[in-house]
Design a protein around this ligand. Structure first.
Ligand code: ADP
Ligand code: ASP
Ligand code: MG
Length: 412
């Protein structure tokens, strides 16, 4: 008997009709003789609504209470899904994350799964029940409810699939698969038949919201094939796996982007040997996530240090740097907001020099100024003005021959 783990995202369970449609799919797998575990997200945009409620009360809501609040979204869906299945004559049971044995670090709002105790899942599966699990949530050792970070239901599903040694994990969503770029933004995005774990991990980390990065990490670590597919139509999805077919033999497999980026420059920082660690430890201790860092000597004993971060972290970062002006000893601070990061990703880059040069050439041909650059073996990211982000995406998409002949199909 095969064990099937599937996950339905928010849009795919956005109303009662969609929950019933998802339940039909669950029923099909169950009736085909499989052991079925289904992970669900909160309905539609209900997590956003809960966040908004909290923000109406506080600018910085207590993190423990946020987890208490946000974890309720998924609980609504699990119970409704089980009711839908029971109406269809299927024996099913709903479990919260902690009832399903999902253990996490003692961190609120962005906890990592540390272990899954599958005993309860196995018991119900052994009784022939379909098990519906709330995504995005777990419990720390001390019994606190935690959540896995926005989009974290994907990770719940993959972690359960790995723990139950399922053959694969299906992520049902509102697009038909993984595209060369977000099909809602890139007019000519093309669906990929397959993509490697490493490429998908880069894309997810660089802003492609279709999969939670940690879900891809788990899948890679357990060599578990991940299938991203439509919850609305029965069409082939995209498989995320180790070895990717030579489909089109592309050097660049996809593009990802992120808006609301700010660049901060610390001017004329004394070049003491602990200067960099002083600055970045200060930011890290306050949980500020710094992305690209550039260091430039401006004199024998002075340097400019620039770094990028999410614009929402700007006030906190400026406050910290200003409060520590004296110890750090810099001359001034500048910042530039309304920037965006656009990245190209592809395993083929390793053996193809000149990809970055082509990227810069294409951008300069369209008068797009590159403010910062960061590279790894399989990606190049550039920071550009946010107003030019859409053009940069289009230009790079066609430069690297990713364009499809037809417009992508997405469900609204
Ligand atoms: P769910 O609620 O099912 O988890 P998400 O909104 O988290 O759905 O993820 C699906 C969305 O991801 C799509 O609607 C699409 O706009 C976005 N997306 C971003 N990058 C990509 C990509 N490369 N391929 C497909 N979809 C992408
Ligand atoms: N409901 C959570 C969110 O909106 C988790 C998820 O959907 O994956 O982020
Ligand atoms: Mg998602």
């Amino acid at each position: 008997m095969a064990t099937i783990v599937q996950k339905f995202g928010g849009t795919s369970v956005g109303d009662v009709t969609k929950i019933k449609r998802a339940a039909e799919r669950v029923k099909r797998e169950h009736e085909a003789g499989n052991r079925v575990v289904t992970v669900v997200s909160a309905m539609g945009k209900s997590t956003d609504t809960l966040v908004q409620l909290a923000n109406e009360i506080s600018d910085s809501p207590d993190r423990r209470e946020m987890d208490m609040l946000l974890s309720t979204g998924e609980q609504v869906t699990i119970s409704l899904m089980v009711m839908a299945l029971k109406e269809m004559g299927i024996d099913a049971v709903s479990l919260t994350g902690w009832q399903a044995g999902i253990k996490t670090e003692p961190v609120h709002q962005n906890a990592r799964i540390t272990d899954i105790d599958t005993e309860r899942l196995e018991t119900y599966l052994g009784e022939g029940k379909v098990v519906i699990v709330a995504g995005f949530q777990g419990m720390s050792e001390s019994g606190e409810i935690t959540t896995l970070g926005r989009g974290g239901s994907d990770t719940t599903a993959v972690a359960i699939a790995a723990a139950l040694k399922a053959e694969s994990c299906s992520i049902f969503t509102d697009v038909t698969g993984v595209y060369t770029c977000d099909p809602r933004v890139a007019k000519h995005a093309r669906q990929l038949q397959s993509i490697s774990y490493d490429e998908m991990l880069e894309l997810a980390n660089l802003g492609a919201g279709v999969l939670h990065p940690r879900a891809v990490e788990f899948a890679k670590n357990y060599s578990l094939p991940l299938i991203v597919r439509s919850s609305m139509e029965d069409v082939e999805g995209t498989i995320v796996e180790e070895d990717v077919s030579m489909e089109q033999n592309l050097i660049v497999r996809g593009l990802a982007f992120e808006g609301a980026v700010t660049k901060i420059t610390i001017e004329r920082l004394p070049n003491r040997f602990h200067a960099m660690s002083d600055v970045f430890s200060l930011l890290a201790e306050s949980g500020i996530d710094v992305d690209i860092i550039i260091q430039q000597m401006t004199g024998e004993n002075e340097m400019n240090v620039s770094f990028s971060l999410h614009t929402q972290e700007l006030p906190e970062a400026l406050k910290l740097l200003e409060n520590n002006h004296e110890q750090l000893g810099y001359q001034g601070i500048r910042h530039e907001d309304s920037l965006a990061k656009v990245s190209i990703v592809g395993s083929g880059m390793v053996s193809n020099p000149g990809v970055a040069a082509n990227m810069f050439q294409a951008l300069s041909d369209h008068e797009i100024e590159v403010k910062m650059v960061s590279t790894s073996e399989i990606k190049v990211s550039v920071v550009v003005p946010e107003a030019k982000m859409a053009t940069a995406i289009d230009v790079l998409h066609s430069t690297f021959e990713l364009d499809a002949s037809e417009k992508p199909k997405v469900t609204v």
